[in-house]
Write a protein that binds this ligand. Structure first.
Ligand code: PMP
Length: 448
């Protein structure tokens, strides 16, 4: 398998040899790493991208989740090109930022006010700082396995092992502001908040950590809302991935639970860099200078930059129709179902699961399976054993799976993927076939 991959992606390997002399690990984002080397991509369009060797690949990375419209959507490209000629950065207020925020406010239930940032990481950092100012409490509660970017406060308990609060490079004193518990246990949330008066905010990914690796169950969101309101803590839904993807109004609109603050990015800026914090006017008010109140400083060279704004406006206009999330959800549902049917037909103990337009594949899954073959939507296959689910993966197998999928024309994100509204039933059928062939290759090499 590795030899075949090396042969088919020889030009990528050449690039990677150079990249290793430039970048630590040779890549510029941890999850772009793969062995023996990652594929290099020359261009992308719709649901496809092309490697530098010219291989056409159906793409399930979709720009780290930022393309619900697929790559290079014509309306987004036209909007960015037009803005490009008008200037990339006047360093001034402009009409597009108003149009952009108006769309956010229209779509996202919690968005009484909006502040644009450079990234999702900046948006979660802002949410936590504003929560401290609003509540006068410095700590926050997060859930094990939930990812909120890479700033110091949130890197705690994002990945296993969860029992060690130490994060390389993060001062112990900073990490101590984060209290982490497993998700889906409302009693434990209430006990933790009652026991620690210093906790001012609760942050989570509203469809589960790492976009649904361990899905959120039942009434957890509504329960958190009730507890946070009753105990006077700020509830933050990190909708960097789920915003505009799960539904036009994100997970909060879908579940009818409105948080106090919502960090967003990715689809928000239509595939260009950008993020925002949306939320309650009385909390975002701490960005304003007010007599007798502390003011949170918030500069940021690229906040609401016009290029990202132009892509964001074009994207959100289409998102508002409801079609992009509807089609992406439908395609992912089909992919999950058809994969499970294929696994069952081969008597392979693999499982596809996930919700909305997010799909995960678990090799050699031994837990309880869906009651109805092929149907797993809304089905939560796991008890709350976070470690079993999102725990250490067999990386050799993960890389081999990706190599095999690439050889069969699919860029599959390790054990997970996302769809866009450009994915078609034919793409899904090709993907299922590729997975079948790939698992056959893994079995032949003793990797599955
Ligand atoms: N929160 C979540 C849920 C994310 O998935 C990510 C990025 N994958 C972030 C925050 C950080 O966003 P960014 O990469 O734009 O800093």
């Amino acid at each position: 398998l590795v030899q075949q991959y090396k042969q088919a992606f020889a030009k990528s390997q050449e690039r990677f040899e150079v990249a290793k002399t430039l970048f630590p690990t040779g890549v510029t984002h941890d999850t772009r790493m793969m062995e023996p080397f990652p594929p290099y991509v020359s261009h992308a369009k719709g649901a496809k991208k092309w490697s530098v060797e010219g291989h056409e690949l159906i793409d399930y990375f979709v720009g780290h989740g930022s393309h619900i419209l697929g790559h290079s959507a014509p309306d987004v490209v036209a909007a960015v090109q037009e803005q490009m000629t008008k200037g990339t950065h006047p360093g001034a207020c402009h009409d597009l930022e108003i149009e952009w925020a108006t769309l956010v406010k229209k779509l996202i239930p919690s968005a009484e006010r909006v502040r644009f940032t450079g990234s999702g990481t900046e948006a979660t950092m802002m949410a936590l700082r504003l929560s401290r100012l609003f509540t006068g409490r410095s700590k926050f509660l997060k859930f094990q396995g939930h990812f909120h970017g890479w700033h110091d406060y949130v890197t705690v308990a994002a990945d296993p092992p969860y029992d060690s609060p130490a994060v390389p490079g993060v001062p112990d004193g900073v990490a101590a502001y984060c209290v982490s518990i497993p998700p889906n246990e409302l009693n434990r949330v209430e006990e933790t908040l009652k026991a620690d008066d210093g906790i001012g905010a609760v942050i989570l990914e509203p469809t589960g950590g790492h976009w649904g690796a361990v899905p959120i169950r039942g009434e957890f969101l509504a329960g958190l809302r009730e507890i946070c309101t009753r105990l006077g803590r700020v509830l933050i839904f990190d909708e960097v991935i789920t915003g505009f993807r799960v539904s036009p109004g994100g997970a909060q609109a879908f579940y009818g639970v409105t948080p106090d603050l919502t960090p967003m990015a990715k689809i928000l800026a239509g595939g260009l860099p950008g993020g925002c914090l949306a939320g309650r006017a009385d909390i975002l008010a701490f960005i304003e200078p007010r007599p007798g109140k502390p003011k949170m400083k918030h500069p940021g060279t690229y906040n609401a930059n016009p290029l990202s704004a132009s892509a964001g406006v074009a994207t959100l206009k289409r998102v508002a129709t409801g079609e992009p999330s509807r089609v992406a959800n439908e395609m992912a549902t089909k992919l999950r179902n058809d994969l499970n049917v294929m696994f069952a037909a081969n008597a392979w103990p693999w499982l596809a699961y996930g919700e909305f337009s997010m799909v995960r594949v678990v090799p050699n899954f031994t837990g309880p399976r869906p009651a109805v073959a092929g149907v797993n939507n809304g089905f939560i296959p796991f008890d709350n054993d976070v470690n079993a689910l999102d725990g250490p993966k067999n990386m050799k197998q993960v890389y081999a799976l990706r190599q095999g999928m690439l050889l069969n024309g699919i860029d599959w994100w390790g054990t997970a993927g996302m769809t866009s509204c450009e994915h078609t039933a034919a793409d899904i059928a090709k993907t299922v076939k590729a997975m079948e062939t790939t698992i056959g290759m893994l079995l032949a090499e003793g990797l599955a």
